[in-house]
Design a protein around this ligand. Structure first.
Ligand SMILES: *[C@@H]1O[C@H](CO)[C@@H](O)[C@H](O)[C@H]1NC(C)=O
Ligand SMILES: *[C@@H]1O[C@H](CO)[C@@H](O)[C@H](O)[C@H]1NC(C)=O
Ligand SMILES: *[C@@H]1O[C@H](CO)[C@@H](O)[C@H](O)[C@H]1NC(C)=O
Ligand SMILES: *[C@@H]1O[C@H](CO)[C@@H](O)[C@H](O)[C@H]1NC(C)=O
Ligand SMILES: *[C@@H]1O[C@H](CO)[C@@H](O)[C@H](O)[C@H]1NC(C)=O
Ligand SMILES: *[C@@H]1O[C@H](CO)[C@@H](O)[C@H](O)[C@H]1NC(C)=O
Length: 742
């Protein structure tokens, strides 16, 4: 879609107005809502957040209380907040958090009831949050974490319920270089500078309501750290890292967002990571354990100093204990043929798992820097989790969701034979090629609008010099960390790996969402009993399209740090590939509103596969296809070979309409909420970027002016109206201004 976008968008307007405010809703829906696990009962409940809709006029904004019980009737602590209001001030959507629990129920019942005010009930189980001048300390009952308010360390200490400190100095690391060697010319290599950065905190804040869930948000940027850089570089790559801690849960969910604010031709990122120190002093080398997730719940299962497979046997009890991650019997009880010769058994200081493609990972280890790496058999798609710790000191597991889907990724376990080991989780692996965000062609001489429009006729690309920039795009990753009192079993780690790759989701039935009308009245749930043959045909087609796109992602390997979550625009029937290299096709960037298609299909069906697909999609389209800072802030990019390559920068790509269903069903995902709010100034970008500059009839007289800008009703105004409507219904920080605007 390009120049005739107006017609399409105008037609599509009813389908994008999920924000439709109905004048009345006399239907009654239940005060008790059942919520179920999307994929059936999970193995672990480490605390979760979900969203619920309510019918108009039913629950007063300030006079409703929410309680929850398991489906078996047992009361559970619930933290509730309102994520949007109907026009009459009644509650439209709420967010809810439940704590972790040892046993996992099949589902929960949430009850809304009248109350004088939104109650602040003190629950027996509750996070305790300590705040001082220098740090915020959160105790979930199972773990304790400290978050400094300044410096380079985001998490200064992580300790278990028994008080063992198993993680320290959690900080972000980043590395880059000023150029890449495009040819064999070694003189180019000499001119390249190499930089190592660390996080530098600007602010650390904690949310006010922390009865079940505490959210600590750390913002800052990356600064040169240490002395190893070969040149100077300004602070860059702003980050927002959100730590979610649930009562009675030992696992912290981390939502890590970064923005690229560099220059594509000078800033080549070679690594993006999160690093923790793990205290190991006092633990015997043979009682220190390394676990790295492979495929399907399998783990590399080793000790820093292995005592199995040796020429002499220390005894079965010793071997078994080491393999199972338990403290070995006192060394005095070992066969002396082994205990007298421990000094000859190498210790493995460093391990690395590297996933440079979606199809394969490699593993290696070494005794120390300066000695050769030893290859360990690799595999296909790694689970993305590693543990380092000791049988008595305890340890830390760190994992990345969608690890292989976001290649190139890696995990380093380092210095395991010293007093302070480390795990570095690489969201972008230093073992891969430098991240190259430069334009994919040199402009092909398209130096006038006339030439650009003519080129559009053939490659469908809307090119313009300097518009093909990644400056301002973003990416969000989900990371999980879990302290352990002692080395866990591989089964326990396998369950955790499964958890981090599909964090359990709670949702109400589609019929209930439909009945509340909180996401519009234009849709309905499928009903076989009443479906005519024509309706059944349409349903079959919808199901086909959903499965087809899911299948194409797998078949075409649409994965990678920036790419995961997107899919392609158009197929080349001659080559039998999608048009990944033809300017105006390739990555879809929300063309024809697939975001709405997939999210609405989830609402209608409640299907888990559709939810997971739409979730990856919204995380991609909201971050990578949109500018969050710089000249194009608030606009997104039209489809193209690179997510940012096309010169059509438009609000139809950044529109909150694409994010709102996920925002509400997730209980108000804080990153998405921030993106919605940040769009409040998107109208100002029309003063610097005129989306119709190349085709304007009045181009000799039109000058964008703060008092009057020329907008397209369908593509531009509908996006702005949606921004204001959602800020208003959420009662965002600028809702009164938004109300005036809309
Ligand atoms: C009210 O809710 C019932 C039960 O879900 C439904 O069958 C009925 O169609 C609804 N009525 C209106 C007017 O929406
Ligand atoms: C609907 O709710 C209203 C207000 O709570 C109540 O007065 C009325 O009796 C209810 N109607 C039905 C059919 O449940
Ligand atoms: C809730 O109460 C506050 C303070 O009294 C008031 O400003 C606000 O408008 C009320 N909100 C609703 C939705 O009634
Ligand atoms: C740091 O935080 C303050 C307070 O929120 C803000 O005004 C300032 O712009 C931030 N600085 C940077 C570099 O982000
Ligand atoms: C509806 O019918 C289709 C085709 O017969 C079947 O696959 C599907 O499971 C049915 N759905 C429900 C909700 O019964
Ligand atoms: C203005 O538009 C006319 C006709 O649409 C076109 O010929 C001319 O090149 C345009 N001028 C500029 C500066 O874009």
């Amino acid at each position: 879609m390009h120049l005739n976008a107006l017609i399409y968008s105008a037609l599509c307007l009813p389908c994008v107005t999920g924000l439709t405010l109905r004048t009345s809703n006399t239907n009654n829906s239940s005060d008790v809502v059942n919520v179920r696990w999307l994929e059936g009962k999970p193995a672990l409940n480490l605390g979760t957040t979900f969203g619920l809709p309510w019918p108009k006029g039913k629950h007063s904004g300030n006079h409703t209380a929410f309680t929850a019980s398991t489906d078996g009737g047992e009361e559970v602590a619930l933290q509730s907040w309102v994520t949007s209001y109907w026009a009459d001030g009644s509650i439209k959507w709420t967010g809810h958090a439940i704590p972790g629990s040892e046993s996992v129920p099949n589902g929960y019942k949430v009850t809304a009831s009248a109350s004088k005010s939104i109650p602040r009930r003190t629950k027996p189980q509750s996070n305790t949050v300590g705040k001082s001048k220098d740090e915020i300390i959160v105790d979930t009952g199972k773990i304790k974490a400290s978050f400094p308010k300044s410096g380079n360390v985001l998490v200064s200490s992580l300790s278990t319920a028994s008080g063992k400190i198993v993680g320290k100095n959690g900080k972000l690391v980043l590395q880059s270089q000023s150029g890449v060697a495009d040819t064999q010319d070694t003189s180019v290599n000499k001119a390249i500078n190499y930089f190592l950065f660390e996080s530098k905190i600007n602010t650390t804040t904690v949310d006010e309501a922390s009865s079940v869930r505490t959210l600590v948000t750390v913002r800052g940027s990356h600064r040169i750290g240490g002395k190893k850089s070969t040149g100077s570089h300004d602070p860059w790559i702003p980050f927002t890292v959100r730590f979610y801690l649930y009562t009675n849960s030992d696992t912290i969910k981390i939502v890590h967002t970064l923005l690229f604010d560099g220059a594509a031709d000078r800033d080549f990122i070679t690594g993006i990571g999160l690093r923790f120190d793990i205290p190991l002093a006092g633990e015997k080398l043979y009682d220190r354990h390394v676990r790295i997730a492979g495929v399907d719940g399998g783990f590399l299962n080793e000790a820093v100093q292995g005592i199995t497979g040796l020429r002499r046997d220390p005894g079965k009890a010793v071997r078994t204990a080491q393999f199972e991650g338990k403290k070995t019997p006192d060394v005095g009880t070992w066969a002396t043929t082994v205990s007298s010769r421990l000094q000859w058994i190498p210790t493995w200081n460093d391990y690395t798992l590297t996933q440079l493609s979606p199809d394969g990972f490699t593993l290696k280890k070494r005794t120390k820097a300066g000695q050769s790496w030893v290859k360990i058999p690799g595999g296909t798609r790694a689970g993305g989790l590693a543990y380092l710790g000791g049988a008595t000191t305890g340890g830390l597991a760190v994992g990345l969701r969608d690890f292989w889907k976001r290649y190139p990724t890696s995990i380093d376990v380092s210095n395991a034979a010293t007093d302070s080991g480390q795990i570095t989780l690489w969201l972008y692996s230093p073992a891969g090629e430098p991240m190259d965000l430069r334009p994919f062609h040199d402009g092909l001489g398209q130096d006038t609008y006339a030439k650009q429009l003519d080129a559009l006729e053939i490659t469908y690309e809307d090119y313009e010099d300097k518009y093909n920039t990644p400056h301002g795009i973003g990416r969000t990753n989900e990371i999980f960390v879990r302290p352990f009192d002692s080395t866990p079993s591989s089964d326990e780690l396998a369950a955790l790996t499964e958890f981090i790759n599909a964090p359990p989701v709670l949702s109400p039935p589609p019929e209930y969402i439909k009945q509340t009308e909180a996401i519009g009245t234009y849709w309905d749930v499928p009903n076989n009993a009443t479906a005519t043959p024509a309706v059944q045909t349409i349903e079959t087609h919808l199901d086909f399209l959903n499965k087809y796109y899911q299948g194409q992602v797998g078949q075409r390997k649409w994965y990678g740090f920036w790419d995961h979550g997107d899919f392609m625009h158009t197929y080349d029937v001659d080559r039998h590939v999608w048009r990944y290299d033809v300017g105006g096709y390739a990555w879809d960037n929300s063309e024809l509103s697939p975001d709405l298609f997939f999210w609405n299909y989830f609402l209608r069906t409640g299907r888990a596969d559709v939810y997971r697909f739409a979730e990856a999609h919204v995380r991609h389209t909201s971050e990578t296809d949109v500018y969050h800072l710089g000249r194009y802030k608030g606009f997104g990019t039209r489809h193209g070979v690179q997510h940012w390559s096309d010169s059509a920068k438009q609000i139809r790509v950044s529109t909150p309409i694409y994010r709102q269903i996920f925002y509400y069903v997730s209980g108000g995902d804080e990153r998405i909420g921030e993106l919605l709010h940040d769009l409040m100034d998107a109208d100002k970008t029309f003063l610097t970027v005129d989306p119709r500059r190349k085709v304007r009839q009045d181009n000799s007289t039109y000058v964008p002016d703060p008092k009057a800008i020329d907008l397209d009703l369908g593509i531009d105004f509908s996006g702005l109206a949606a921004i204001w409507l959602i800020e208003w219904e959420r009662r965002g920080p600028r809702w009164e201004e938004a109300k005036m605007a809309s």
